[in-house]
Ligand binder design. Structure first.
Ligand SMILES: [Zn+2]
Length: 119
């Protein structure tokens, strides 16, 4: 996977795809702070959906929905990217406490409300 010429938002989306595929090498190669061993040892999550909320300058704010131990949850993060050797890389993330709203459309893709589906 080429990382050249990607904007921070494109890079963030490609990194999400890599998390889905558990392509740890790509994730480590596009980050200044995440190493391969740490990533491989991480708890496996089943990712459902990515929503980019905001992208400007070197910042991408997103919500990523996942399932862990049969519980559907959301990760709300504001990521900071920096340029290294003329390539954008993930630098760090600021996490926000966030919950899936009961009336939100369920992230599993059923089209039902969360409270009537995976909650
Ligand atoms: Zn559902």
């Amino acid at each position: 996977m080429k990382t050249h010429n990607k904007t921070p938002e494109e890079l963030m989306r490609s990194r999400y795809d890599a998390f889905v595929k558990e392509d740890w090498e790509y994730i480590a190669n596009t980050s200044t702070s995440q190493n391969l061993k740490e990533l491989k040892d991480a708890v496996p999550l089943r990712w459902l959906k990515l929503d980019v909320l905001n992208a400007y300058d070197n910042i991408v704010e997103f919500k990523a929905y996942y399932v862990l131990n049969s519980i559907t949850e959301v990760l709300h993060e504001k990521s900071t990217f920096i340029k290294e050797d003329n390539m954008w890389k993930y630098h760090k993330g600021e996490l926000f406490p966030s919950k899936i709203q009961r009336n939100e459309v369920c992230p599993c893709g059923s089209g039902k409300k969360f409270k009537k589906c995976c909650s």
